[in-house]
Design a protein. Sequence first.
Length: 324
Amino acid sequence: MRRAWGRPRGHRPRRPGPTRSRSTTGRAPRHDRTFRIHRTDPTSRHAYRADRARRARRAPRPDFDAADAFVWAPATQTLDPVQSVNRVAMVLLQAVDRMRDTLISNTERFAGGLPANNVLLWGARGMGKSSLVKASHALVNEQRAREGKGPLKLIEIHREDIESLPALMKLLRGSAMRFIVFCDDLSFDGNDASYKSLKAVLEGGVEGRPDNVLFYATSNRRHLLPRDMMENERSTAINPSEATEEKVSLSDRFGLWIGFHKCSQDDYLEMVRGYCRHFKIDISEEEMRRDSLEWSATRGARSGRVAWQYIQDLAGRLGVPLTE
């Protein structure tokens, strides 16, 4: 059979396929470019930071009068106001009297414009470290309101956003207000190098921490970095002692360490009694003691968190609402 002129033997016409969408400039859509940015790639990391800086310049100045507490949103370089903070009343925090007094005193001095320290609250889980920070902030603001003074602002930064601390400090620098930047459950693992951003902001950077900012953090360990990470740095460093000192010195940037240890049985029972008194739960001492100890045994621990969980169960069984 004679083939058509100009068409090679065996030629098959191409089937129409889906067209690839492209922008008017011939470049991939913006969201595609964003997904190609990886923090492990230095070039992409610089581009990511430059893009965030451009967005920061476009971001409006925060309205600090919108609330007394905020959450830092690094993607948009903004502070999201929190109208109702998830906190417990100071009177409900039992068996932490010394830690409470120390933190309140430091917070009051800072709010009043006096020298104060960055604070690391470290130790056993469930003993009220983060609850104490939020309760202290509320208590100090109540006192300042009675005196006709302006409020102290609380800003929470998530652990994964620590690398953006310098941008947050730049936003707060120069404001007439005073801020506590709070990070809950702070620790660093593996090859995470973002601890250097925290270290520089706390003290060692050229600009350092602004005078109107304090940093409060909670952690389950005092030195923030695991021992195996410090030992690995020590074994591969030219000067092993200096490598270890760099890791340990991160905790040294916190001028005030407040330790929380596992509570005794007496402390645990006192926590339960305090909750029962506050919420007017009618239960005999003998029954409360037996029931709450059995509850802690099933949980395998005694702590403020376990005491609160027991109270929630007890109040539910007795039909008592847990309202302030």
